[in-house]
Design a protein around this ligand. Structure first.
Ligand code: BV8
Ligand code: ZN
Length: 258
């Protein structure tokens, strides 16, 4: 299916949709300059495999290395801006009766583009907590290291002296119950799933398009690569290009601006 045929189909689906679920992965933040997991991490982190760093074991073994990686990522996010894809997703709210945004990303770019009540399945970089007593730790932006530290001892909990860890869900950790339930419920009850910039390899988040398919929900994928597992309508290309186009073709020219 060529992109023009796929776009025509997607316009029809979005134009008729009452309950839309947008499900995003690292690809939606790529055009803001945030490295995805699949392409080699830029700069300091080329030599590490992210799934080896995004674990509690890695943090136990080398807390300063893991904390430095997350602080580098937090600085990357703080120094960039939402891109046209985040802005179009936020704008969608004005055009569809019911919109749910579920993300695997740990950045706050959806919120900074204007999306409200974003469901973060894998936590977020701005909510660190104590590794020992789980109390939240107040991180202010000024503590962001703009340099590329490759070694940064994590701060200590004011309450128990435990190491502070990033507020994300690591591999091998359970996802927050209410978030994953809300996401699965939306996947069952929506009439259109827009899956944007995700390779669909990480579970249980990757169940979302599967549940949608099992419940006969129409699915539109937007991805720079033709994901072979994808079924439904596939727009191959950048989310920052195709999402605004999809909205303006469906709702008129200024639709994609929030
Ligand atoms: C758990 C936070 C169990 C941290 C992340 C089956 C069931 C349950 C678990 C498993 C299972 N099979 C395997 C597992 C274990 C594991 C897993 O799924 N492993 C994978 C690797 C096989 N899952 C877990 O460990 C989960 N925990 O299930 O616990 C349990 C049970 C009982 C008791 C205790 C525990 C936890 C998973 C969460 C891990 N945390 N993130 C951090 O960020 O550091 S995952 C992280 O990787 C992201 O959040 C995201 O989810 C994933 C990366 O995927 P994407 O977002 O899709 O990004 P990716 O780079 O892969 O792809 C980008 C895509 O965008 C590409 O397709 C590219 O083509 C496209 N793209 C690029 N540019 C653009 C674009 N598209 C459009 N426009 C562009 N410009
Ligand atoms: Zn503590």
């Amino acid at each position: 299916m060529t992109n023009n045929v796929a776009l025509e189909k997607a316009v029809k689906l979005l134009g008729n949709a009452q309950r839309v679920l947008v499900f995003t992965g690292a690809g939606v933040s790529a055009e803001s300059g945030i490295s995805t997991f699949r392409d080699s991490l830029t700069g300091l982190w080329e030599k590490f495999d992210p799934s080896q760093l995004a674990t509690a074991t890695a943090f136990r073994n080398d807390p300063a290395l893991v904390w430095a990686w997350y602080e580098w990522r937090r600085a990357q996010v703080a120094m960039t801006r939402p891109n046209a894809a985040h802005i179009a997703i936020a704008a969608l709210k004005q055009h569809v009766p019911e919109l749910t945004v579920v993300t695997q990303n740990v950045d706050d770019l959806h919120e900074r583009a204007g999306s409200k009540e974003v469901i973060h399945l894998h936590g977020n970089l701005n909510a660190p907590r104590c590794f020992a007593c789980a109390r939240p730790y107040p991180l202010d932006v000024s503590s962001l290291n703009k340099m590329n530290p490759d070694y940064l001892a994590p701060p200590r909990c004011h309450h128990c002296g435990g190491k502070i860890r990033p507020g994300v869900v690591w591999f091998g950790e359970s996802l927050p119950d209410s978030e994953i339930r809300a996401a699965f419920k939306a996947a069952e009850n929506s009439d259109l799933l827009l899956s944007v910039g995700t390779s669909g390899v990480v579970y249980p988040a990757a169940r979302i398009p599967e549940i949608a398919r099992e419940c006969r929900v129409d699915i539109v994928h937007i991805n720079t690569e033709p994901a072979d597992i994808a079924t439904g309508t596939i727009l191959i290309g950048r989310a920052g290009e195709w999402l605004p186009r999809l909205l303006s073709e469906t709702f008129g020219n200024r639709a994609a601006l929030n």
